[in-house]
Unconditional design. Structure first.
Length: 169
């Protein structure tokens, strides 16, 4: 496998991990949002499931084994009401956009186009949830977290049942 393919596979796996976490996170969001936003949460959940499936296929096409979803994820903060759910949805989208920005950088051709579409979709959903935008979607999250390219900046951190629901660090 070439260095470029290894970089691509690493970025694909990071994006896949982020999509797994987003699917989990939207399960939490859907349980806390009011009926007026439930359809929006459901649409985002379905979009992340579809992206997850595409990424898993792309990992297999490169000869990799897709990273599996964790049994559970620790949320970045407690989500106990509508406001927390909306905040979580915005954060999920920001973090997914960050991982897609890495995938855009690592890819070319059709994969780059698909990654750019994923970045755009996550950025649009983040604006809808937050009500405002950032100058460079996908990059602002990277700068504030000090993340390195293709680091798995997932929206939630895997947790074991014995682990309290706090972000691993």
């Amino acid at each position: 496998m070439s260095d470029g393919d290894r970089r691509m596979l690493t970025a694909l796996q990071a994006a896949l991990g982020a999509e797994h976490a987003a699917v989990y996170g939207y399960g939490v969001v859907g349980g806390q949002v009011r009926a007026a936003r439930r359809a929006e949460a459901r649409a985002a959940y379905e979009a992340h499931r579809a992206r997850r499936d595409v990424l898993a296929r792309q990992v297999r096409e490169l000869g990799g084994t897709p990273v599996a979803a964790s049994a559970g994820y620790a949320l970045p903060f407690a989500v106990t009401d509508q406001a927390g759910a909306v905040r979580l949805a915005a954060e999920l989208e920001e973090r997914v956009a960050g991982v897609y920005s890495d995938l855009v950088r690592a890819s070319s051709g059709d994969r780059r186009r698909t990654a750019a579409e994923g970045l755009r979709e996550a950025a649009v959903r983040a604006v809808r949830w937050r009500g405002e935008s950032v100058a460079f979607p996908g990059l602002a999250e990277r700068a504030s977290a000090g993340a390195t390219p293709s680091a798995p900046a997932t929206p939630a951190t895997p947790a074991t049942p014995a682990t309290p629901a706090t972000p691993a660090g």
